[in-house]
Design a protein around this ligand. Sequence first.
Ligand SMILES: Cc1ncc(COP(=O)(O)O)c(C=O)c1O
Length: 395
Amino acid sequence: MTESLSYGRQQVDDDDIKAVTEVLRGDWLTTGPAVGAFEAALEDLTGAAHVVAVANGTAALHLAALALDIGLGDLGLSPPLTFLASANCLAMAGADVRFADVDPATWCLSVEEVDRYCRTSGPPAVVVAVDFAGVPADLPALFDLSRKHGFRLIEDAAHAVGSTYQFEGKTVACGSGAHSDLAVFSFHPVKNITSAEGGAVLTNDPELAERIRRLATHGLVRDPRKLRRYEGPWSSEMVELGYNYRLSDVHCALGLSQLRRLDAFKARRAELVRRYNQAFADHADVLAPPPWPAGCDPCFHLYVLSLTGPLADRRLDLFMHLQDRQIMPQVHYRPVHTQPYYVDRHGADPEDCPVSLDVYARTLSMPLFPAMSDADADRVIAAVRSFVKAEKRRW
Ligand SMILES: Cc1ncc(COP(=O)(O)O)c(C=O)c1O
């Protein structure tokens, strides 16, 4: 029977299993030494001064918005071409959400659109920039803009663990916080590394890091020197409304073990992207590869193929053609501003943001994950080609 190929999946090996079982046999299941070790390894990877491992990427975004004091009466800006959580974190914190379109050259938040928004409507309190498919948003330009207009910047690097970009001759890691107030990662199983569920908040600001830690643990302060009333060694005080957003030692052991293979995962993803690009170049009149701007080295999270020309409105047919062959593509993403919640509750106009609408209408994500063999990729390529050939015969 032909094996089903999904658009993304984890690769768990014996080292990962050993790392997790060691924790299970030990004294700590929740907050133990693996949490600190995972956080330190993420600091090494990115250069961020502070990393807080949390329950998932959505919790990381929620905490980022709360730590920046985003709340009722504030306005937050998100790109529409992203997973719901990039915008939801703003709404969860109490803000009104608005959307700025993406750049057609990168599919990441458009610097011009954010600037235009600030000049015409006034600056929002916060902007979320997403490194779409692992390609870094133009973070240096957005960070400049944030200082010029006075908004805070969150980098949603859920797709971009392992991605880097160049800035003033230096390599900068996505998630480093070099060009944001706070950055977040996700370690969901389809992401670049996994801890099953998991996420992280990264920053260079010690006060923000301390606030994130507090908010992730019920808003509790434990440091005896900071308590209003010290009654004994058990004392802790809740100073603000927080959550249980901690990540367990079990999850962190898996994440840490996976992180050791990030370079190999990244290299394999790049090989598969090259293989797809070469193959689809044969049909450059109707198939366009994902944009890959110069000056960055993405850890490709998604391979988003665009249908162009006469194929532009045949996405559903290609989807069904692949599904019939046990290949399960995915669509990234229905633009968030078209979701009923944002139309009904935040006044979003589903006709806005034409670039995001256009990308959504004619793209399909092909399977891309490190455990894929060349033969798996060739199966996808053959299926896409057979679809294109059949279509071309009809013209
Ligand atoms: C861009 C983006 N941001 C945030 C998230 C949320 O991450 P998680 O699933 O770990 O909550 C995702 C996950 O799919 C994502 O793709």
